[in-house]
Design a protein around this ligand. Sequence first.
Ligand code: PLP
Length: 354
Amino acid sequence: MRFDLDGIVRENIKRLTPYSSARSETDGTGCILLDANENSFGSPLGGELHRYPDPYQLEIKKRIAVMNDVGPSEIFIGNGSDEAIDLLFRIFCMPGRDNVIVCPPTYGMYEVSAAINDIEVRRANLTKDFQLDTAAVKEQEDGNTKLAFVCSPNNPTGNCIGREEIFKLAENFRGVVVVDEAYIHFSGTPSLVSEINTFTNLVVLQTFSKAWGLAGLRVGVAFANKELIVYLNKIKPPYNVSRTAQELLLSALTDSSTLDETIRETIDQRERLDQALSELSFVRTVYPSDANFLLVRCEKPVETRKYLLDRNIIVRDRSTVEFCDGCLRVTVGTSEENSSLIDALKDYEESIVH
Ligand SMILES: Cc1ncc(COP(=O)(O)O)c(C=O)c1O
């Protein structure tokens, strides 16, 4: 099925005249800047912080483009990937009329964004082994279905979703398939970024919050064909990524050795935790993970979490999430943090045996 982008974009978004910010007309290099009502006298922090940042983050996009073998016009940069999720709703989904498909158990923000935008959520649950059920997605789809969210590696289950199943979905889906790759750097599975021009209804989300260790900076990326990126840029707030975030990110991007090292350590520690947790008598399953966390099914999750909390160790209770009964989600920590966790869980094991 040939995807018709303009056929599913909301009419008001197509008609919209976007806000034209002063700095998107000229970057102002070498000029006296009296066009943006900035404070001409500077700021208490000095530097260039009294100036608005580049609204289209071109320097960052050039670097990310090279790193991912795409063009800068195929990249959108957001205030976290959560911003891209929200903007996708606003481009495609008419409040009170349209619907989207999510595949539980999965990342909760898709449903929250849907609720904020007054969009119906339809659920096509993952299969028992946490894979995509394309027939179930098809069953949920109708003429008002605009987005389908696939999280790979999936939060909270940790596994990657099969590429072929995602391709099958993208080929047959009339809306946009959003593949959220927040945790892809921890996985041996290749990213789907390379497929954005094969499937023009594919959006791939990534973030600097996880493997790059920059959650506090709030930068996320959407990769898609350039016609779709034009719409994201059209409706985003003009200066959605701060000057500080852009500058710090640019300098982080020059240092890929820290990234490689963090990924290696995370994977080593993930294996160590997997093994140590599997040996505990009250742990039933440690699910295989391609991410920086483990989903752990245990006998008394609420009690286990409380025991850890009393020792100042916080893990996430996911036991009320569909298909995750009995499950805790444990982020992979540093070697020392994981040692403390393992020791505390061994003490807990002792305490329930006696
Ligand atoms: C699957 C998934 N996508 C997106 C995000 C949010 O990323 P960001 O920090 O870029 O908004 C998270 C955060 O935990 C996540 O788990």
